[in-house]
Structures are given as structure tokens and as C-alpha cells.
Write a protein that binds this ligand. Sequence first.
Ligand SMILES: [Zn+2]
Ligand SMILES: [Zn+2]
Length: 175
Amino acid sequence: MFLSIKEMEVRKVRFDETFPPGEIDFSGAEVRQASPLHAEGVAELLANTEGEVRIKGRLRVNLESECDRCLARAEFPLDSSFDLFYRPTESLSAAEELAIDEGEAEIGFYQGAGMELEEILREQILLLLPMQRVCSSDCKGICPVCGKDRNETVCHCRIEPVNDRWSALRKISQG
Ligand SMILES: [Zn+2]
Ligand SMILES: [Zn+2]
């Protein structure tokens, strides 16, 4: 759905949209959409600004990925409200553009006639996902020695401390 600035000049633009899996591209993010994505809210052009847009709403979706530790399915039900501000890139001076490159931007930017709701939602969803994607916080993961899933089987492998490799290397270089 395209959120048009022209339309916002006349009225607030309300949205209440459902995107089935596949409509928004999550490839490259190593995550799959496991339920329809529902988003509702309103986009408005803020008065007395140079084209600043506020997008407020709520999104609900279930995502899944491989567990970082055991490779089983990890699920992430998201239900979150958002309140975002966007400014037209045309309003920026060169100096301001530099500042944005340095990553202090709490504010987003749009170019031209408006923005795609799908892109905004995709960005929000990726921000909402936890850094560590695990099936459960106490997932024991896969044993690096025997390869067994330690959630299912207790193995008695001795896991060498990582440092040993380096001390072995040091011995070689000293000898
Ligand atoms: Zn796991
Ligand atoms: Zn083991």
C-alpha cells in the first residue's frame, strides 16, 4: 500500500491491511513469516513542518527462524505498536545528510511522493526481532563434540576451553 503525501495533504490516511506470507520479502534476514501480517494505523502530514509525516499504528505477525543454538524452529510472535516520523530527503542539507550517515537518526526519511507501507513494516519487524534467535532462553544447543542435540540427549563430552587452541599455538611459536 502506497502512503501518498498528496492524499495526506487532504486527510489523514488510515490503513488496516493484512499481508499473507510471501508478500513482504524477508529473504536475506534469515527469517520466515509464519502468519498473516496485520497492520492498522494512520499516516498524517504534520502541520507547520516541511513535509514531516507521522505514522502511528500497530502490527501483529508470527515469524520463525532456525534456533541459533540447536537449529530447531524458533518462533517469534510480535505484537507491537509503533509511532514513527519521516522527513523528505529533499529537506536535508548536505551537512544533515552526513549526520544521518553517522547513525544518529531516530527519524526516517522518504523520497518523492510518499512511502510504501510494506517497507516500513518490514523495517519495524526486523527491529523487533531479538538479536539472539533461540527456540527458548534455556535451549542447551548442539554439542560441538558429538553433534547431539543436548535438549534431547545428555552427552558427557568434555568441551575443551577455547583458549587451549591459542596456548598450543603459543607453544609452537616459542619452540
Ligand atoms: Zn534451540
Ligand atoms: Zn557431546
